[in-house]
Design a protein around this ligand. Structure first.
Ligand code: HEC
Length: 121
């Protein structure tokens, strides 16, 4: 009886840890070479039309945008922006920029963020 009760108590905790471990794989990733390369592919498909191949904010779709996309090569400006700020804008969108919350998984949003950082390096 006693053992059964403690198992009942432990089960939710155990299940929560398993769930957390499973979802963690889709969350924040490290800026490894492989992840940056994946970020590049994501950028070309989802961002380049506005932000431009070199991150200058001069993609073909940027012409009719107001405000214009940021210049990712501006070292001073990019250094002043935290990862949290960039991640939030990629997730929630920014003015004419659409939100990528549903289109890209959380780990993919980090990968493309790391690639965007490369423009100012
Ligand atoms: C429809 C065009 C468009 C697309 C597609 C787009 N963006 Fe943007 N993005 C913009 C514009 C315009 C701004 C600037 C908005 C402003 O200044 O208010 C912006 C802002 C940003 C910012 C914030 C920069 C800052 O100075 O705070 C980041 C980061 C960003 N975009 C990354 C991305 C990434 C990564 C993708 C692809 C996953 C993407 N954008 C796709 C148009 C776009």
């Amino acid at each position: 009886m006693q053992a059964q009760t403690s198992l009942k108590r432990a089960l939710p905790v155990l299940l929560t840890s398993v769930l957390l471990a499973l979802t963690a794989s889709a969350q924040k990733v490290e800026p490894t070479e492989e992840n940056v390369a994946k970020g590049e592919a994501i950028y070309k498909k989802n961002c380049e039309m506005c932000h431009g191949a070199m991150g200058l904010g001069d993609g073909p779709a940027s012409k009719r945008l107001n405000p214009k996309p940021a210049n990712f090569q501006d070292k001073e400006k990019m250094a002043a922006l935290t990862d949290e700020h960039l991640f939030k804008h990629i997730t929630k969108g920014d003015g004419p920029m659409p939100a990528f919350e549903r289109k890209l998984k959380e780990n993919e949003r980090w990968m493309v963020l790391y690639y965007v950082r490369k423009f100012a390096k």
